[in-house]
Design a protein around this ligand. Structure first.
Ligand code: FAD
Length: 281
Protein backbone atom coordinates (compact mmCIF):
# COMPACT_ATOMS: atom_id res chain seq x y z
CA UNK A 1 0.00 0.00 0.00
CA UNK A 2 2.80 2.35 0.95
CA UNK A 3 4.46 1.51 -2.32
CA UNK A 4 1.23 2.31 -4.19
CA UNK A 5 0.93 5.64 -2.41
CA UNK A 6 4.51 6.46 -3.24
CA UNK A 7 3.88 5.52 -6.84
CA UNK A 8 0.73 7.67 -6.97
CA UNK A 9 2.62 10.57 -5.44
CA UNK A 10 5.34 10.16 -7.99
CA UNK A 11 2.90 10.08 -10.91
CA UNK A 12 1.09 13.11 -9.47
CA UNK A 13 4.39 14.99 -9.22
CA UNK A 14 5.18 14.10 -12.79
CA UNK A 15 1.80 15.39 -13.92
CA UNK A 16 2.48 18.70 -12.21
CA UNK A 17 5.86 18.85 -13.94
CA UNK A 18 4.17 18.13 -17.29
CA UNK A 19 1.63 20.88 -16.67
CA UNK A 20 4.35 23.35 -15.67
CA UNK A 21 6.47 22.33 -18.64
CA UNK A 22 3.54 22.88 -21.00
CA UNK A 23 2.76 26.21 -19.35
CA UNK A 24 6.37 27.29 -19.79
CA UNK A 25 6.29 26.11 -23.36
CA UNK A 26 3.13 28.09 -24.13
CA UNK A 27 4.53 31.20 -22.47
CA UNK A 28 7.73 30.84 -24.40
CA UNK A 29 5.78 30.56 -27.64
CA UNK A 30 3.82 33.68 -26.78
CA UNK A 31 7.02 35.58 -26.06
CA UNK A 32 9.08 34.24 -28.92
CA UNK A 33 10.40 36.66 -31.48
CA UNK A 34 9.69 35.42 -34.99
CA UNK A 35 10.20 38.83 -36.68
CA UNK A 36 13.19 37.62 -38.63
CA UNK A 37 11.98 34.07 -38.97
CA UNK A 38 14.34 32.98 -36.22
CA UNK A 39 13.15 31.85 -32.84
CA UNK A 40 15.30 33.17 -30.03
CA UNK A 41 13.86 30.52 -27.71
CA UNK A 42 15.97 27.52 -26.85
CA UNK A 43 14.20 24.12 -27.12
CA UNK A 44 11.53 23.66 -24.48
CA UNK A 45 11.79 20.58 -22.30
CA UNK A 46 10.43 17.51 -24.08
CA UNK A 47 6.96 16.55 -22.81
CA UNK A 48 7.31 13.13 -24.35
CA UNK A 49 10.28 12.06 -22.25
CA UNK A 50 8.37 13.01 -19.09
CA UNK A 51 5.36 11.07 -20.35
CA UNK A 52 7.51 8.02 -21.06
CA UNK A 53 8.82 8.21 -17.54
CA UNK A 54 5.32 8.38 -16.08
CA UNK A 55 4.14 5.48 -18.27
CA UNK A 56 7.04 3.40 -17.00
CA UNK A 57 5.73 3.86 -13.48
CA UNK A 58 2.41 2.11 -14.21
CA UNK A 59 1.85 -0.98 -12.13
CA UNK A 60 1.37 -3.71 -14.77
CA UNK A 61 1.51 -7.50 -14.82
CA UNK A 62 2.80 -7.28 -18.38
CA UNK A 63 5.08 -4.51 -19.58
CA UNK A 64 5.43 -1.45 -21.78
CA UNK A 65 8.29 -1.52 -24.24
CA UNK A 66 9.89 1.68 -25.50
CA UNK A 67 12.52 -0.17 -27.55
CA UNK A 68 12.13 -2.49 -30.55
CA UNK A 69 8.89 -0.80 -31.52
CA UNK A 70 9.38 -0.34 -35.26
CA UNK A 71 7.38 -3.47 -36.19
CA UNK A 72 4.27 -1.81 -34.74
CA UNK A 73 4.67 0.95 -37.32
CA UNK A 74 4.08 -1.53 -40.15
CA UNK A 75 1.06 -3.43 -41.36
CA UNK A 76 0.16 -5.73 -44.24
CA UNK A 77 -0.52 -2.79 -46.56
CA UNK A 78 3.06 -1.55 -46.08
CA UNK A 79 1.98 1.95 -47.09
CA UNK A 80 1.73 3.75 -43.75
CA UNK A 81 4.46 3.99 -41.15
CA UNK A 82 3.53 5.62 -37.86
CA UNK A 83 6.03 4.95 -35.11
CA UNK A 84 4.40 4.59 -31.67
CA UNK A 85 6.14 5.78 -28.50
CA UNK A 86 5.53 2.46 -26.76
CA UNK A 87 4.04 -1.00 -27.14
CA UNK A 88 2.00 -2.49 -24.33
CA UNK A 89 2.40 -6.24 -23.90
CA UNK A 90 -0.55 -6.94 -21.59
CA UNK A 91 -0.70 -10.01 -19.39
CA UNK A 92 -4.21 -9.24 -18.24
CA UNK A 93 -7.26 -7.20 -19.14
CA UNK A 94 -6.42 -5.05 -16.11
CA UNK A 95 -3.15 -4.03 -17.80
CA UNK A 96 -5.12 -2.64 -20.74
CA UNK A 97 -7.64 -0.97 -18.46
CA UNK A 98 -4.91 0.57 -16.27
CA UNK A 99 -3.03 1.98 -19.26
CA UNK A 100 -6.09 3.45 -20.96
CA UNK A 101 -7.44 4.88 -17.70
CA UNK A 102 -4.09 6.50 -17.09
CA UNK A 103 -3.98 8.06 -20.57
CA UNK A 104 -7.62 9.16 -20.28
CA UNK A 105 -6.90 10.82 -16.92
CA UNK A 106 -4.04 12.79 -18.47
CA UNK A 107 -6.76 14.62 -20.40
CA UNK A 108 -5.54 17.51 -22.48
CA UNK A 109 -2.07 17.41 -20.93
CA UNK A 110 -1.20 14.70 -23.46
CA UNK A 111 -1.78 13.94 -27.14
CA UNK A 112 -1.24 10.23 -26.65
CA UNK A 113 -3.43 7.98 -28.77
CA UNK A 114 -3.97 4.25 -28.35
CA UNK A 115 -4.47 1.52 -30.96
CA UNK A 116 -5.12 -2.17 -30.50
CA UNK A 117 -3.03 -4.34 -32.78
CA UNK A 118 -4.12 -7.87 -33.63
CA UNK A 119 -2.07 -9.68 -36.27
CA UNK A 120 -1.40 -6.42 -38.16
CA UNK A 121 -3.07 -7.68 -41.34
CA UNK A 122 -5.13 -4.57 -42.03
CA UNK A 123 -3.90 -2.23 -44.71
CA UNK A 124 -4.30 1.46 -43.91
CA UNK A 125 -2.31 2.00 -40.72
CA UNK A 126 -5.47 1.18 -38.74
CA UNK A 127 -3.60 -0.66 -36.01
CA UNK A 128 -0.92 2.02 -35.68
CA UNK A 129 -0.71 4.93 -33.21
CA UNK A 130 1.49 7.84 -34.21
CA UNK A 131 3.71 8.48 -31.14
CA UNK A 132 1.01 6.78 -29.11
CA UNK A 133 0.65 3.39 -27.43
CA UNK A 134 0.04 0.26 -29.47
CA UNK A 135 -1.48 -2.63 -27.53
CA UNK A 136 -0.18 -6.00 -28.66
CA UNK A 137 -3.38 -8.02 -28.32
CA UNK A 138 -1.75 -11.35 -29.18
CA UNK A 139 0.13 -11.10 -25.90
CA UNK A 140 -3.21 -11.65 -24.16
CA UNK A 141 -3.91 -14.84 -26.05
CA UNK A 142 -2.47 -17.04 -23.31
CA UNK A 143 -5.85 -16.85 -21.58
CA UNK A 144 -7.96 -20.02 -21.54
CA UNK A 145 -10.88 -20.67 -23.86
CA UNK A 146 -14.08 -21.49 -21.96
CA UNK A 147 -16.62 -23.70 -23.70
CA UNK A 148 -20.35 -24.10 -23.36
CA UNK A 149 -21.36 -27.23 -25.25
CA UNK A 150 -25.14 -27.22 -24.62
CA UNK A 151 -27.95 -26.56 -27.09
CA UNK A 152 -26.56 -23.27 -28.36
CA UNK A 153 -22.83 -23.84 -28.03
CA UNK A 154 -20.28 -21.07 -27.75
CA UNK A 155 -16.72 -20.40 -26.70
CA UNK A 156 -15.39 -17.45 -24.69
CA UNK A 157 -12.04 -16.41 -26.14
CA UNK A 158 -9.53 -13.63 -25.66
CA UNK A 159 -9.66 -10.87 -28.29
CA UNK A 160 -5.99 -11.60 -29.06
CA UNK A 161 -6.42 -15.25 -30.08
CA UNK A 162 -5.93 -16.24 -33.70
CA UNK A 163 -8.90 -17.88 -35.40
CA UNK A 164 -6.70 -20.84 -36.39
CA UNK A 165 -6.12 -21.59 -32.69
CA UNK A 166 -9.82 -21.25 -31.94
CA UNK A 167 -10.53 -23.72 -34.73
CA UNK A 168 -8.00 -26.21 -33.31
CA UNK A 169 -9.54 -26.01 -29.84
CA UNK A 170 -13.17 -26.15 -30.96
CA UNK A 171 -12.53 -29.15 -33.21
CA UNK A 172 -11.35 -31.08 -30.17
CA UNK A 173 -14.92 -30.74 -28.89
CA UNK A 174 -16.51 -31.60 -32.26
CA UNK A 175 -17.46 -27.96 -32.82
CA UNK A 176 -16.43 -25.07 -35.09
CA UNK A 177 -17.21 -21.36 -35.23
CA UNK A 178 -20.32 -20.80 -37.36
CA UNK A 179 -18.74 -17.96 -39.32
CA UNK A 180 -15.05 -17.36 -39.87
CA UNK A 181 -12.63 -15.81 -42.30
CA UNK A 182 -11.13 -17.79 -45.18
CA UNK A 183 -7.66 -16.91 -43.94
CA UNK A 184 -7.42 -17.88 -40.27
CA UNK A 185 -4.20 -16.26 -39.06
CA UNK A 186 -6.10 -13.16 -37.96
CA UNK A 187 -7.17 -12.25 -34.45
CA UNK A 188 -10.66 -12.38 -33.00
CA UNK A 189 -10.59 -8.67 -32.13
CA UNK A 190 -9.07 -7.71 -35.49
CA UNK A 191 -11.74 -9.35 -37.65
CA UNK A 192 -14.65 -8.47 -35.34
CA UNK A 193 -13.56 -4.86 -35.79
CA UNK A 194 -13.75 -5.25 -39.55
CA UNK A 195 -16.75 -7.63 -40.01
CA UNK A 196 -15.05 -10.92 -40.93
CA UNK A 197 -16.37 -12.67 -44.03
CA UNK A 198 -15.87 -16.07 -45.60
CA UNK A 199 -17.66 -18.79 -47.51
CA UNK A 200 -20.06 -19.29 -44.58
CA UNK A 201 -21.20 -15.66 -44.60
CA UNK A 202 -23.86 -16.40 -47.24
CA UNK A 203 -25.49 -18.78 -44.76
CA UNK A 204 -24.83 -17.28 -41.31
CA UNK A 205 -23.78 -13.70 -42.06
CA UNK A 206 -20.37 -12.22 -41.23
CA UNK A 207 -18.58 -12.95 -37.98
CA UNK A 208 -20.06 -9.86 -36.30
CA UNK A 209 -23.48 -11.54 -36.65
CA UNK A 210 -22.27 -14.58 -34.77
CA UNK A 211 -21.10 -13.09 -31.48
CA UNK A 212 -23.26 -13.36 -28.36
CA UNK A 213 -21.32 -11.14 -25.99
CA UNK A 214 -18.20 -9.02 -25.72
CA UNK A 215 -15.96 -7.81 -22.94
CA UNK A 216 -14.68 -4.36 -23.89
CA UNK A 217 -12.23 -1.88 -22.38
CA UNK A 218 -13.77 1.50 -23.15
CA UNK A 219 -12.00 4.78 -23.86
CA UNK A 220 -12.19 5.65 -20.17
CA UNK A 221 -10.51 2.40 -19.19
CA UNK A 222 -13.63 0.73 -17.81
CA UNK A 223 -14.13 -2.98 -18.43
CA UNK A 224 -17.68 -3.45 -19.69
CA UNK A 225 -19.62 -6.53 -20.74
CA UNK A 226 -22.06 -5.91 -23.58
CA UNK A 227 -24.46 -7.86 -25.76
CA UNK A 228 -27.60 -7.45 -27.83
CA UNK A 229 -29.59 -6.91 -24.61
CA UNK A 230 -27.03 -5.30 -22.32
CA UNK A 231 -25.10 -2.13 -23.22
CA UNK A 232 -26.33 -2.71 -26.76
CA UNK A 233 -24.97 0.62 -28.09
CA UNK A 234 -21.44 -0.35 -27.11
CA UNK A 235 -21.93 -3.88 -28.51
CA UNK A 236 -23.06 -2.63 -31.91
CA UNK A 237 -20.50 0.19 -31.92
CA UNK A 238 -17.54 -2.08 -31.27
CA UNK A 239 -18.56 -4.76 -33.78
CA UNK A 240 -17.25 -3.51 -37.13
CA UNK A 241 -16.05 -0.37 -35.31
CA UNK A 242 -12.44 -0.41 -36.59
CA UNK A 243 -11.13 -0.30 -33.04
CA UNK A 244 -12.59 3.17 -32.42
CA UNK A 245 -15.18 2.35 -29.75
CA UNK A 246 -13.25 0.19 -27.35
CA UNK A 247 -10.88 -2.75 -27.15
CA UNK A 248 -12.34 -6.22 -27.43
CA UNK A 249 -10.70 -8.25 -24.71
CA UNK A 250 -13.08 -11.21 -24.83
CA UNK A 251 -15.71 -12.47 -27.27
CA UNK A 252 -18.40 -15.15 -26.96
CA UNK A 253 -18.35 -16.83 -30.35
CA UNK A 254 -21.26 -18.93 -31.67
CA UNK A 255 -20.34 -22.52 -32.50
CA UNK A 256 -21.95 -25.39 -34.38
CA UNK A 257 -21.17 -29.10 -34.72
CA UNK A 258 -18.23 -29.50 -37.06
CA UNK A 259 -18.71 -31.50 -40.26
CA UNK A 260 -17.22 -34.97 -40.24
CA UNK A 261 -15.42 -34.38 -43.54
CA UNK A 262 -13.56 -31.12 -44.14
CA UNK A 263 -11.27 -29.93 -46.96
CA UNK A 264 -7.79 -31.43 -46.75
CA UNK A 265 -6.23 -27.98 -46.32
CA UNK A 266 -7.91 -27.54 -42.95
CA UNK A 267 -6.72 -30.81 -41.53
CA UNK A 268 -4.19 -30.68 -38.73
CA UNK A 269 -3.21 -33.46 -36.41
CA UNK A 270 -5.92 -32.80 -33.83
CA UNK A 271 -8.53 -32.79 -36.56
CA UNK A 272 -7.21 -35.98 -38.13
CA UNK A 273 -7.68 -37.66 -34.78
CA UNK A 274 -11.16 -36.26 -34.36
CA UNK A 275 -12.21 -37.32 -37.88
CA UNK A 276 -10.84 -40.82 -37.40
CA UNK A 277 -12.89 -41.21 -34.22
CA UNK A 278 -16.09 -40.02 -35.89
CA UNK A 279 -15.59 -42.20 -39.00
CA UNK A 280 -15.27 -45.27 -36.80
CA UNK A 281 -18.68 -44.62 -35.20
C1 FAD B 1 -3.71 -12.32 -46.26
C2 FAD B 1 -5.02 -11.73 -45.75
C3 FAD B 1 -6.16 -12.51 -45.81
C4 FAD B 1 -7.38 -11.99 -45.35
N1 FAD B 1 -8.49 -12.78 -45.41
C5 FAD B 1 -9.67 -12.29 -44.99
C6 FAD B 1 -10.84 -13.11 -45.04
O1 FAD B 1 -10.84 -14.24 -45.49
N2 FAD B 1 -12.00 -12.56 -44.57
C7 FAD B 1 -12.05 -11.29 -44.05
O2 FAD B 1 -13.12 -10.87 -43.60
N3 FAD B 1 -10.95 -10.52 -44.01
C8 FAD B 1 -9.78 -10.98 -44.46
N4 FAD B 1 -8.66 -10.18 -44.41
C9 FAD B 1 -8.79 -8.83 -43.81
C10 FAD B 1 -8.61 -8.95 -42.31
O3 FAD B 1 -9.63 -9.71 -41.78
C11 FAD B 1 -8.70 -7.59 -41.61
O4 FAD B 1 -7.71 -6.74 -42.11
C12 FAD B 1 -8.53 -7.75 -40.10
O5 FAD B 1 -8.84 -6.54 -39.48
C13 FAD B 1 -7.11 -8.16 -39.76
O6 FAD B 1 -7.10 -8.73 -38.49
P1 FAD B 1 -5.82 -8.52 -37.57
O7 FAD B 1 -5.92 -9.45 -36.43
O8 FAD B 1 -4.58 -8.59 -38.40
O9 FAD B 1 -6.10 -7.03 -37.06
P2 FAD B 1 -5.19 -5.71 -37.18
O10 FAD B 1 -4.83 -5.48 -38.60
O11 FAD B 1 -4.08 -5.78 -36.22
O12 FAD B 1 -6.26 -4.62 -36.70
C14 FAD B 1 -7.33 -4.28 -37.55
C15 FAD B 1 -8.21 -3.22 -36.88
O13 FAD B 1 -8.84 -3.79 -35.76
C16 FAD B 1 -8.45 -3.08 -34.57
N5 FAD B 1 -8.29 -4.08 -33.53
C17 FAD B 1 -7.42 -5.12 -33.47
N6 FAD B 1 -7.63 -5.86 -32.38
C18 FAD B 1 -8.65 -5.27 -31.72
C19 FAD B 1 -9.33 -5.54 -30.50
N7 FAD B 1 -9.00 -6.60 -29.75
N8 FAD B 1 -10.32 -4.72 -30.12
C20 FAD B 1 -10.68 -3.65 -30.87
N9 FAD B 1 -10.07 -3.35 -32.03
C21 FAD B 1 -9.08 -4.14 -32.45
C22 FAD B 1 -7.17 -2.37 -34.90
O14 FAD B 1 -6.98 -1.22 -34.10
C23 FAD B 1 -7.43 -2.02 -36.35
O15 FAD B 1 -8.26 -0.90 -36.45
C24 FAD B 1 -7.45 -10.65 -44.85
C25 FAD B 1 -6.29 -9.89 -44.80
C26 FAD B 1 -5.09 -10.41 -45.25
C27 FAD B 1 -3.87 -9.55 -45.22
Amino acid sequence: MAYLLEQKDFIFTILIVITLARGTKQNENLCSNHTYGISIISSPPSDSSILHLSLRMLNLEGHLSFDNISHAAKDFGNRYYYLPCAILYPKSVTDISTTIKYIYDLGTTSDLTVAARGHGHSLEGQAQANQGVVINMEHLSGENMDFYTGNVPYVDVSGGHLWINVLHETLKKGLTPKSWTDYLHLTIGGTLSNAGVSGQAFKYGPQINNVFQLEVVTGTGDVVTCSENHNADLFHGVLGGLGQFGIITKARIALEPSPIMVPKTLLHQEHENYKAIHCMK
